[in-house]
Write a new protein. Structure first.
Lengths: 386, 92
C-alpha cells in the first residue's frame, strides 16, 4: 500500500449537470466521464481538422487538450476552420483556439505548444499525452507524427483531406498497422497538390475531423470497435463511405518485425523537401518582361496552364488557356518553333508544363516566374490574388 | 470490364471522370491499358519511369491491397472494383 493514495478523480456538481447526456448513456456513465476528464489528447494543428476536433473534444469533456500550431489566423482559413472567427484574423491560432475552447468548456486544461513539431521536440511534446490526433497538412509532419507515435506506443488518430475527399484511420495501436504500413514512402514534392494549391470544400474537414474526434473518444472510453487496420475513404460529392483493409506490413521499417528506424529521422529530407528540386535549365521570365513583350507586340505564345475556374478568377487576356492535364493532348495546337511562355498561379504547375513541352521537342519554352500572383504584384494589381 | 475508381487528385487526367471501365485479366493488364490507351496522362502519376507502381499509390481490388494478394498478377473479374488510393496530406 502506498503511503499517500491520490484522491480519486470525481465530477463536480457543475460537471454532472454539463455532462448529463453522457452520464445517462450506460456506455459512458460516471466512470467514462471521469476517463474523459483524465484524458490527455494532443491535436497537431488547429486548422481544418483540428478545429472541429478541438471544439467537440472540449465539449465532450476531455480534460487536457494540447494544441500545436505556430500559424496566425488568415482570412482564407475562415471558410473551414470554425474554431477561429472573423475578429481573430491576425491572431495566433493557438490563442484563438484556446479562447473558443474555454468558451465552450472552461473545465478543459489547454496546453499550448507554439512551435512547429520537429524531430528535436516531438518525443518531448508527445510523451505527456495518451492519444495524438494528426491534423497537419504536409507529408514530413505526417511521417514525423507517425514515427513518434510508434516509438512512444501512442495511438495516432489520422485524418487527411483533399478537395472533396477524405481518409481516416487509427494507426500505431498495438498489433495495428502504422502510416508507413499504408504508405511506405511519401510522394516526391510537387506531385500531390496541397489544399492551398488544390482547394478544399470547407465542410469536408468538419466531417473527417469528427470521424477522428469520434475515434479519440472511443479510445478513451474503451468502447466500440476502433478504426484500426481499416482505412475509411469518404467521398463528399457522391456521399459515399468506403472501407479498405489495412495490414501491418511485416517489412515496415518502423513497426515491422525487424525495424530499421529506432529514432526520429530528418523528415524534410525523407520527403525530399530540402533537396532543391532538380534545377533544370528551365529558363524563367519575369512578369514585367512578359508585359513588355506583349506591349512591344513580340510574336510569342503565352499559355495559362491553370484550370478554367481559376482562369475565371483573374487572367491575362493575351494568354491562351490549356490546363496542365490537357497539355499532352493539345500540343498539336502549338508549333515546335514557337516562343512559348507558360504560367500558372505561382509557377509550380507551369514548370511541369514547360518541362513536358521541352521533352516533347519544343525548344523555346520559358516559365513565368511567380505565376499570376507575381503578375498581380508587379504588373496589374487589378488581377485578384486567391 | 472491371471498374476503376479514380481518386480526386488524378481526375484532372481522366477528363474529370471518377470511374473508368477497362478490360483485362489482371491488375497489371488493366492498369497498363488505363495508362496507355485510355488515359495516358495518368502514367507518370501511377508509375515510376521504370514501370513500377509508385510507393505512395496503393491499389486495391475490392477492399484488399494488391500488395497482400498477387500484386500486379492479381486476377480481376468483371464484377470487381479496383481502387487507386494515393496518399493525401491536407488537413488545414
Amino acid at each position: 500500500m502506498s503511503a499517500v493514495a491520490a484522491p480519486p478523480v470525481t465530477l463536480t456538481p457543475e460537471e454532472i449537470r454539463r455532462y448529463s447526456r453522457h452520464l445517462i448513456l450506460p456506455e459512458v456513465g460516471m466512470d467514462g466521464q471521469v476517463k474523459l476528464k483524465q484524458a490527455k489528447v494532443l491535436l497537431v494543428g488547429t486548422g481544418g481538422l483540428g478545429a472541429p476536433m478541438a471544439l467537440y473534444l472540449a465539449a465532450a469533456g476531455v480534460g487536457t487538450l494540447g494544441l500545436i500550431d505556430f500559424d496566425v489566423v488568415d482570412e482564407s482559413n475562415l471558410q473551414r476552420q470554425v474554431i477561429h472567427g472573423t475578429s481573430d484574423v491576425g491572431r495566433k491560432k493557438i490563442e484563438s483556439a484556446e479562447a473558443s475552447i474555454k468558451e465552450i468548456n472552461p473545465n478543459v486544461r489547454v496546453v499550448k505548444h507554439e512551435t512547429a513539431l520537429t524531430s528535436d521536440n516531438a518525443m518531448e511534446i508527445l510523451k505527456d499525452y495518451d492519444i495524438v490526433a494528426d491534423g497537419t497538412d504536409n507529408f514530413p509532419t505526417r511521417y514525423l507524427v507517425n514515427d513518434a507515435c510508434v516509438l512512444l506506443k501512442k495511438p495516432n488518430v489520422y485524418g487527411s483531406i483533399f478537395r472533396f475527399e477524405g481518409q481516416a484511420s487509427v494507426f500505431a495501436m498495438e498489433d495495428g498497422p502504422c502510416y508507413r504500413c499504408l504508405y511506405p514512402e511519401p510522394p516526391p514534392p510537387g506531385l500531390v497538390p496541397s489544399c492551398a494549391e488544390g482547394g478544399v470544400l470547407g465542410i469536408l474537414p468538419g466531417t473527417v475531423g469528427l470521424i477522428q474526434a469520434t475515434e479519440v473518444v472511443k479510445l478513451i472510453l474503451g468502447i466500440g470497435e476502433p478504426l484500426k487496420g481499416r482505412l475509411v475513404l469518404y467521398d463528399a460529392l457522391n456521399m459515399k463511405f468506403r472501407e479498405l483493409r489495412l495490414r501491418k506490413n511485416p517489412e515496415c521499417p518502423i513497426c515491422g518485425t525487424h525495424p530499421t528506424i529506432h529514432k526520429l529521422i530528418d523528415y524534410q529530407q525523407f520527403c525530399g523537401v530540402v533537396a532543391e528540386p532538380p534545377k533544370s535549365t528551365l529558363p524563367e521570365i519575369d512578369p514585367v518582361e512578359v508585359k513588355a513583350k506583349i506591349d512591344r507586340g513580340d510574336k510569342f505564345v503565352l499559355i495559362d496552364v491553370r484550370e478554367p475556374h481559376e482562369h475565371q478568377i483573374g487572367n491575362i487576356p493575351f494568354a491562351k488557356l490549356i490546363p496542365l492535364g490537357d497539355v499532352a493532348k493539345r500540343m498539336n495546337e502549338l508549333n515546335v518553333g514557337d516562343e512559348i511562355v507558360v504560367h500558372c498561379k505561382s509557377g509550380v504547375r507551369s514548370a511541369k508544363a514547360a518541362n513536358l513541352l521541352r521533352e516533347s521537342g519544343f525548344k523555346n519554352v520559358s516559365n513565368m516566374k511567380g505565376g499570376i500572383l507575381a503578375w498581380s504584384d508587379k504588373v496589374d494589381p487589378s488581377v485578384p490574388k486567391y | 470490364m472491371a471498374k476503376i475508381l479514380i481518386p480526386t487528385p488524378l481526375r484532372q487526367f481522366t477528363g474529370g471522370s471518377d470511374a473508368v471501365n477497362v478490360s483485362g485479366g489482371t491488375v497489371g493488364e488493366i492498369l497498363a491499358a488505363l495508362t496507355t490507351s485510355v488515359h495516358p496522362g495518368l502514367r507518370t502519376n501511377l508509375f515510376t519511369p521504370e514501370g513500377k507502381i509508385r510507393s505512395f499509390v496503393n491499389v486495391y481490388v475490392n477492399d484488399e491491397d494488391i500488395r497482400y494478394l498477387e500484386k500486379d498478377s492479381t486476377a480481376v473479374k468483371d464484377s470487381d472494383t479496383i481502387s487507386i488510393v494515393p496518399s493525401i496530406a491536407g488537413g488545414r
